[in-house]
Design a protein around this ligand. Structure first.
Ligand SMILES: Nc1ncnc2c1ncn2[C@@H]1O[C@H](COP(=O)(O)OP(=O)(O)OP(=O)(O)O)[C@@H](O)[C@H]1O
Ligand SMILES: [Mg+2]
Length: 362
């Protein structure tokens, strides 16, 4: 049985549908990332789970028990709000002990539990500081310790890293994952950062306008997005739009806008004629025709002109103009090649299997 399950949950504010018939489940010790643009209903979903809002339809189940009618303090949830909301007048210890006191945790055991939490989030010795005397990263860890202190059945983290600068955010991401794993927490992490969602989550749910667009393992969502929205939201992409010809051995020709013709591997579901959007990830495109031999059939090869080269640490980002004027983004590992420069003519290649086909405009 899943520790947490949402069944067809809908939430309206007046006539506005903030959450529209969503269902998903989280298993013991798993992390589910809830990802989507601002206003798509992520925080509302957490509020429905924690009991701060009531669903208009559907059910929120904790280990098979319907939470309908239960107030937030009657649900065994650890919550980290979007803005942390530490109590500024309380010390670190008091902040962490807050939930324990509210839930009538054995008073004599509170100091030990708080010490355990401080050690978990690496803040031993910070006991008597107030939030104003802590860095952003330290505040974030206090908030996490407070959320985990009651050993909650379900941990809900709303943008846990968003208040931090990029470098710290990156470091704490791994720490957060390690801490959650150490206590085997069943967790939902809300973020609008796709990289964060992918690196934290065992599974990822992508939302848009209150609806779930897709759910799956991070690699699955990246490699096999079902819609253009999901493909664009997760990672960079180059797009071609056009009509698909008849497939032979699972490969069809796309006559794309701009006069481009290319071979794409077509999944069973998109063998119907009609308009399709085709995505090729930047790292799937190779510069130069040095493709390994393939028995998979045709290879796509195009001429192009390099329009921009950017060295981003370990990666080389290139912008390449192809016939018809379309600009493609291509990424390569930077291993000191340094040969490519703006204005240079190159040949680019990619396999039909590197093409992701989705319904046009999806
Ligand atoms: N109490 C409310 N009354 C009316 N509308 C609300 C209320 N709370 C949220 N909404 C609306 O519901 C939608 C979803 O809000 P929500 O806070 O869940 O978004 P979010 O995905 O968390 O966005 P963000 O990434 O910006 O935090 C928004 O359009 C918001 O304006
Ligand atoms: Mg939010």
């Amino acid at each position: 049985m899943s520790v947490l399950e949402l069944r067809h949950v809908t939430k309206r504010y007046g006539s506005f549908l903030a959450v529209d018939n969503i269902s998903f489940a989280v298993e013991k010790g798993q992390i589910l990332s809830l990802l989507g643009p601002s206003g798509c209903g992520k925080t509302t979903t957490l509020r429905l789970i924690s009991g701060f809002e009531d669903a208009n339809e559907g059910a929120v189940m904790f280990s098979g028990v319907d939470m309908k009618g239960r107030r937030p303090y009657e649900r065994n949830v650890g919550l980290l709000f979007q803005d942390y909301a530490l109590f500024p007048h309380m010390t670190v210890v008091e902040n962490i002990a807050y939930g324990l006191k509210r839930r009538n945790f054995d008073k004599a055991k509170i100091p030990d539990r708080v010490a355990e939490m401080l050690s978990l989030v690496k803040l031993k010795g910070f006991d008597n500081r107030r939030p104003g005397q802590l860095s952003g990263g330290q505040q974030q860890r206090v908030a996490l310790a407070r959320a985990l202190a009651t050993n909650p059945e379900v941990v809900l983290l709303d943008e846990p890293l968003s208040a931090l600068d990029a470098k710290l955010r990156h470091e704490l991401r791994f720490e957060l994952k390690a801490i959650l794993s150490a206590v085997n927490a069943t967790t939902i992490v809300v973020t609008h950062d796709q990289e964060e969602a992918m690196s934290l989550g065992d599974s990822v749910v992508v939302m848009s306008a209150g609806k779930i667009m897709q759910e799956g393992a991070p690699t699955e969502i990246y490699a096999d997005p079902r819609t253009r929205f999901v493909a664009e939201f997760i990672g960079r992409s180059n797009w071609f739009t056009g009509e698909l010809g008849k497939a032979t051995k699972g490969v069809a020709e796309l006559k794309a806008v701009g006069g481009i013709r290319m071979f794409v591997a077509v999944p069973e579901s998109s063998r119907n004629a009609g308009a399709f959007d085709v995505c090729v990830r930047p790292e799937r495109i190779r510069i130069g025709s040095a493709l390994p031999p393939s028995d998979a059939g045709p290879v796509n090869e195009m001429r192009g002109t390099i329009r921009d080269v950017a060295h981003l640490g370990a990666d080389l980002h290139l912008v390449i103009e192809i016939p018809g004027g379309q600009l493609l983004t291509v990424t390569e590992k930077y291993v000191g090649q340094g040969l490519e420069r703006s204005g240079q003519e190159v040949s680019i290649t990619f396999f039909p299997q590197d093409c992701i086909v989705v319904p046009s405009g999806s």
